[in-house]
Structure formats: structure tokens, C-alpha cells
Design a protein around this ligand. Structure first.
Ligand code: NAD
Length: 494
């Protein structure tokens, strides 16, 4: 895989003494700080080393973004929209290579990575359409003035993303930021640095202004803090853990710069006895085991009405055992490894602690049997835990792995109480054929996204974000666009 990675990096022009890991002002750049080692999540072997960007490169990126933004705003809004659509031509013919690059470094099944490349396109197309539709308003003020409001870009925004869906997250935040008229400096996770660099480079080759989008790679404590503390950055958008999110919000607060935080979750998947159980089980399976549970919206708490608890959990365990776990490069693989050692150790520890606290493993909990010899990386079986009580750590903390806890409830009120007994509030689902009940329960869930008889439907058109420790602000849709603009109120004496 490391040879294949080298070939892919060479294809995109990233091959160098230490690979180019930054895209600044239209050029690939090597980092200047300490060396960072990437491990292949599937094999546990060393993949490649690159250098942390560090402060000086962040400085250059921020200045480039400022210049790029001026050029961008010199265009008409319609022209910006056309350019965003045209930029996608830069991706053409590179989709498969991009998917492979992501699959190797992030350890995600190749078929999932292909789908993610499609999402990049979708996000740019959607927000390209908004460029010339950001109308202002006229306010009928009670004086003789004409008062109108326009939506102005912040200028340069700083974005920080995690390792679980690097390409998706990169496009998810880049597209609205530039559609709103901003320049960007984005720092991906140090564990998945390259795909965002490639995307930015390809989009620029498709016609975006030089320097409009800049990618810097490095650790949170070095390159990340250089970005959050940089005086040119007028807004911070962060996707990651609540722990780091707090630091980002604090960094913003020190400079009085606003932030959007898209953080973790502990989402409740509620199954009533009148649900179509087959659908609910299939939904529960996809909710937690897709992306090996490394998804912020993972349905990690399965709440099932008493009378069907046994049948739902037994069927889910059987379904979990059928999931094809294997190497990310294998077309048949439906679940790959966890992305990194830290995550693997965290998930393993969480399972052990849960069992020590009285939880019972219905299925999973170990390294999967029958993997190919080279699969020495961070694999863990799809895991279903029962005999879990709401106050246990496993029912409260984000595992971010293929581990679901199942708990029984007595009635609607009990289900709602259990679902809301968490510091998170990202997503949740209700499975029931009683339409009135499904809507009633949805309305009482403290969650930014609720699915009814479904799980994980997501679109760039619909607002996404959290309550509580899942963060604040919204991404996607018009709400996501508005996070990247500030209203300016103009008064004209008439
Ligand atoms: P993380 O918080 O460890 O890292 C995220 C990013 O923040 C990385 O780029 C990291 O380098 C950077 N960072 C860390 N400390 C920093 C600091 N002090 N200053 C600046 N940058 C800093 O998260 P992770 O482990 O990469 O990702 C997993 C987490 O992300 C999970 O909690 C998951 O739920 C969450 N997530 C949320 C969403 C969402 O949309 N709500 C989506 C995906 C992942």
C-alpha cells in the first residue's frame, strides 16, 4: 500500500523529498516543522512521513487567502457560481485515484470512498447555485430612511477537520465558504492530510482563483493553533471532538472571533414495538456499523421497547455477524479497520470497561477471525452490548467505533427520557408505524437531526448540527451558507 500511495501522490504531483502536504497560494509546499508518521490502518505498517506545516506556512496561507478572496469578490456573483461549477472539471478523470488515496490513508472501504468523491461534486454543485441567490432584504424602518441588508463574507475563514471523512468534510465546508465569498485556510487532520490538498489543487486547476483555497497540514497544537490564533482569520469552523472543540471556541473567544462547532454524538435510535422490525434492524445495523462506527451521527444507543427487545437485539447481532469485515482495498469489504491506534485502543478500552461494569457482549468485541494475513491493523468486530444501564460510561461517552449499546424502555415517555439523557445532541431516530407518535417523539428529542423510519439520510441541502456537547452553528443548506456571511445593514436618508 505504501508503494501504491507513493504512485498516487506522484500522479497528483505531491511526490517530493518529504511529500508535499500543503497547498498554498496555488503551489504545493513541503512542511517545515517536525516529521509526522502515517500508519496504514489496515496493516499497521508505516505508510509515509511528512512534515508539519508550522506557523510560517500558516502565515503565508492566510495572506494568500486574503488576496484570493479579493480576486474572487471582484467577480460578479453569477461568475463565481459558474467558476465553482467549472472547477469540478478539475476532478474529472481523477475520481478513482482520489477514492484510492482516501481508502489507503483513512482505511475506509474503497466503495465508501467512491461514494464520498461523488459527495464532493454534489456539494460544489449545490453551493455554486447559491452564489447569485444570496439576496438581501429591504426593511420597512419607521423613519424616512431606506434600510437594506446585504450578506457580506467574513473575509478569510479558518477550517479544521477530522480524520473520519476527510474528503467529504473538506468539500462540505469549502463549498459554502467560497460560495459566500470567503477565502479559506483549511487544516485537515494530521492523520489524513493528502486528499484535501489534492482536492484544492484539482479545483484550482478547474478555474478557481489562485490562493482562494489553501490547505495546511500538521498537528493541532502547532499548525492548528497557528491557524486559530492568526489575526487574518475572521471565523473558525471546526469539525471534531468536543475536547478540541472547546479549545477552538476558547481560541476564538480570545480574539472575539465566532466559531461553528460540529462535534461528536451519542445518538439514540428508538425502536417501538409497532415498527417494521426488519427495517428497524437493517437501519440500526447501518446506523452503527457503517464507517466502522467512526461517524459523528452513528446510532450508538439502541433503545428498544421491552416487548421486542429480545427479538430486535438478537436479529441485530446476527446481522452484525454477517458484515464483511476486511481490507479497505477489497471490493467485497463493507467494514474496514479503525483509522488509528489511539482510536483502536480507546474502543477496546471502552468495551473492556463496559464488560467490567456489567455489560454483556451479545456479539463482537474482539479482533475478527478470518482476516487476510496482512490485515494486522486496527480491526475490531461489529459489537452489540446488552445489560447496559444509562449511567455507564459506554452509554454516555462517544466510542466512535463499531459498538452499539442496547437498552430497553417501557413506554414513550421513558424512551424520550433515555434518549435525552446525554450531554450530546447530534442525531437520533424513531422507528414506529404510528405516524402521530413518531412526530411527537421527534419533536421532543434534543437532537439536531431526527430520522423517522430511516437512519443517516443526509443532504447538503438540509441543515446539520448539534445541541449541547455536539456543538453549535449549522452546516449544509442555507443555514450552513449563512454561517459564512455577516449581515450588513445600510441606512440611506431619502
Ligand atoms: P479531534 O478533535 O482530535 O481533531 C479534529 C481536528 O482538530 C484535527 O485536525 C486536529 O489536528 C485539530 N485540533 C486538535 N486540537 C486542536 C487545537 N488545540 N487547535 C487547533 N486544532 C486542533 O477529532 P478527531 O479525533 O480527528 O475526530 C473525531 C471526532 O470528530 C469525533 O468526536 C466525531 O464525532 C467528530 N466529528 C463530528 C462531525 C460533525 O459533523 N458533528 C463529523 C465528523 C466527526
Amino acid at each position: 500500500a505504501s508503494e501504491q500511495l507513493a504512485t498516487l501522490l506522484a500522479r497528483f504531483g505531491l511526490a517530493a523529498a518529504t511529500p508535499f502536504s500543503n497547498w498554498i497560494d496555488g503551489y504545493l509546499q513541503e512542511g517545515e516543522g517536525e516529521e509526522i508518521t502515517l500508519i496504514n490502518p489496515a496493516t499497521g505498517e508505516m505508510l509515509i512521513r511528512y512534515r508539519d506545516a508550522g506557523q510560517a506556512l500558516v502565515e503565508r496561507a492566510a495572506h494568500a487567502a486574503k488576496r484570493g478572496q479579493h480576486q474572487w469578490m471582484a467577480l460578479t456573483a453569477s461568475e463565481r457560481g459558474r467558476r465553482m461549477n467549472a472547477a469540478l472539471s478539475g476532478l474529472q478523470g481523477h475520481e478513482e485515484a482520489l477514492a484510492q488515496l482516501e481508502s489507503i490513508v483513512a482505511g475506509k472501504p474503497i466503495r465508501d470512498c467512491r461514494a464520498e468523491v461523488g459527495k464532493v461534486r454534489e456539494m460544489f454543485e449545490y453551493y455554486a447555485g447559491w452564489c447569485d441567490k444570496q439576496h438581501g432584504e429591504v426593511i420597512p424602518v419607521p423613519t424616512s430612511h431606506l434600510n437594506y441588508v446585504r450578506h457580506m463574507p467574513y473575509g478569510v475563514v479558518g477550517q479544521i477537520t477530522p480524520w473520519n471523512a476527510p474528503m467529504f468534510t473538506c468539500a462540505w465546508q469549502l463549498a459554502p465558504a467560497i460560495a459566500a465569498g470567503n477565502g479559506v485556510v483549511l487544516k485537515p487532520s494530521e492523520l489524513t492530510p493528502f486528499s484535501s490538498v489534492v482536492i484544492a489543487k484539482l479545483l484550482e486547476s478547474g478555474g478557481l482563483p489562485q490562493g482562494l483555497i489553501n490547505i495546511v497540514n500538521g498537528l493541532g497544537k502547532t499548525t492548528g493553533t497557528a491557524l486559530t490564533d492568526h489575526p487574518a482569520i475572521a471565523k473558525l469552523v471546526f469539525v471534531g471532538s468536543p475536547e478540541s472543540g472547546r479549545m477552538i471556541a476558547q481560541a476564538g473567544a480570545r480574539r472575539l472571533v465566532p466559531s461553528v462547532l460540529e462535534l461528536g454524538g451519542k445518538s439514540a435510535n428508538i425502536v417501538f414495538s409497532d415498527a417494521k422490525l426488519e427495517d428497524a434492524v437493517a437501519g440500526a445495523q447501518a446506523a452503527i456499523f457503517a464507517a466502522a462506527g467512526q461517524s459523528c451521527v452513528a446510532g450508538s444507543r439502541l433503545l428498544v421497547e421491552h416487548s421486542v427487545f429480545e427479538v430486535v437485539t438478537t436479529r441485530l447481532a446476527r446481522a452484525a455477524e454477517q458484515i464483511q469485515v476486511g481490507l479497505p482495498s477489497d471490493e467485497a469489504t463493507r467494514m474496514g479497520p479503525l483509522q488509528n491506534r489511539r482510536q483502536f485502543e480507546h474502543v477496546t478500552r471502552m468495551i473492556e470497561a463496559a464488560v467490567a461494569a456489567g455489560a454483556r457482549v451479545l456479539t463482537g468485541g474482539k479482533r475478527p477471525a478470518g482476516l487476510p494475513d496482512e490485515a494486522q491493523g486496527y480491526f475490531i468486530e461489529p459489537t452489540v452490548l446488552v445489560d447496559v444501564t444509562p449511567e455507564m460510561d459506554i452509554a454516555q461517552q462517544e466510542v466512535f467505533g463499531p459498538v452499539v449499546v442496547a437498552m430497553a424502555f417501557n413506554d414513550e415517555a421513558h424512551a424520550i427520557r433515555l434518549a435525552n439523557e446525554t450531554r450530546f445532541g447530534l442525531a437520533g431516530a424513531v422507528w414506529s408505524q404510528d405516524v402521530a407518535r413518531a412526530h411527537r417523539v421527534a419533536g421532543q428529542l434534543r437532537a439536531g437531526t431526527v430520522w423517522i423510519n430511516s437512519y443517516k439520510a443526509i443532504s447538503v441541502m438540509s441543515p446539520f448540527g448539534g445541541f449541547g456537547d455536539s456543538g453549535f452553528g449549522r452546516s449544509s443548506g442555507l443555514d450552513g451558507l449563512r454561517e459564512y456571511t455577516v449581515p450588513q445593514s445600510v441606512w440611506v436618508e431619502t
